[in-house]
Design a protein around this ligand. Structure first.
Ligand SMILES: Nc1nc2c(ncn2[C@@H]2O[C@H](COP(=O)(O)OP(=O)(O)O)[C@@H](O)[C@H]2O)c(=O)[nH]1
Ligand SMILES: [Mg+2]
Length: 237
């Protein structure tokens, strides 16, 4: 298997099947070996049932229901563990992250171990919220100066990597919490000197449903994450 696309969902019934269809048609046209794994945390809106019914009998679409555990980062880790691809793509399931970048992400990870989409390189941006665009930009500068990270968008969450980069790592130490996991992921990858390329992304409006990001809570969580890394209160091992 070449590629596993992992789609974490919580109340995404409006967009998820349209997103899967778009990805499916795009990759199938290229005769690419892929699977799409949906990790749903028992969404009250019935996301899991909608996906299961629509794609029943299609072995490429693998819906997974987590009945007890909740949380974005552990859902992603769960998907990674269940995946069979050599490469993995993680993305939002609401069309914030445009699926048309998938072929580029897959191709470019032949040359770089990790390809991370960035709103802050030339050609990147955000059609959704100017407040979030500039707030995130300033926070990324803070990350850059505090942790000496070279990546310009450490809160992206749209990326592709060769699964082997996680071999032998205590991945539970990275994949917990919410978007803060991505700061830890990129920090570890940069410290381990894995080649990372950033490619421009323009975030689109979400299709239906509501954002799960509570900006105030996440700001404090991300701030705390950066300081913990900086002062050695969080270590990989
Ligand atoms: N499985 C799972 N997915 C989640 C959880 N929280 C958020 N997500 C998914 O993570 C992605 C990012 O969340 P989203 O609401 O789009 O955040 P935003 O893009 O920052 O507004 C979406 O695909 C959500 O459905 C969770 O607790 N469990
Ligand atoms: Mg989103």
């Amino acid at each position: 298997m070449n590629l596993s696309i992992i789609l974490p969902t919580y109340n995404e019934c409006d967009a998820i099947n349209a997103l899967i269809s778009e990805i499916y048609e795009m990759l199938e046209a290229h005769r690419f070996a892929f699977e799409i794994i949906v990790v749903d945390d028992n969404s009250p809106d019935g996301t899991f049932i909608k996906v299961s019914e629509k794609w029943k009998g299609n072995p490429r679409i693998r819906p997974i229901l987590r009945e007890k555990e909740k949380g974005l980062a552990t859902a992603i880790l769960h998907g990674i563990r269940k995946s069979e691809g050599d490469k993995v793509i993680i993305m939002d399931t609401d069309f914030n992250h445009p699926p048309k970048l998938i072929p580029l992400l897959v191709n470019i990870t032949d040359y770089f171990e990790i390809a991370s989409c960035s709103r802050y390189v030339i050609g990147g941006g955000m059609e959704t919220s100017r407040f979030r665009f500039f707030g995130s930009k300033i926070f990324n500068k803070f990350i850059h100066y505090t942790l000496k990270m070279q990546t310009t968008d450490n809160l992206s969450g749209y990326y592709c990597f060769r699964k082997e980069v996680l071999d032998g790592l205590p991945v539970e130490r990275i994949f917990f919490g919410y978007g803060d996991y991505y700061i830890r992921f990129l920090y570890v990858m940069q410290r381990l000197k894995h080649p990372i390329i950033e490619i421009p992304v323009v975030y689109k409006d979400r299709l239906g449903g509501l954002s799960k990001t509570n900006l105030k809570n996440e700001f404090f969580r991300y701030f705390n994450t950066v300081l913990r890394i900086k002062f050695g209160l969080w270590k990989l091992k």
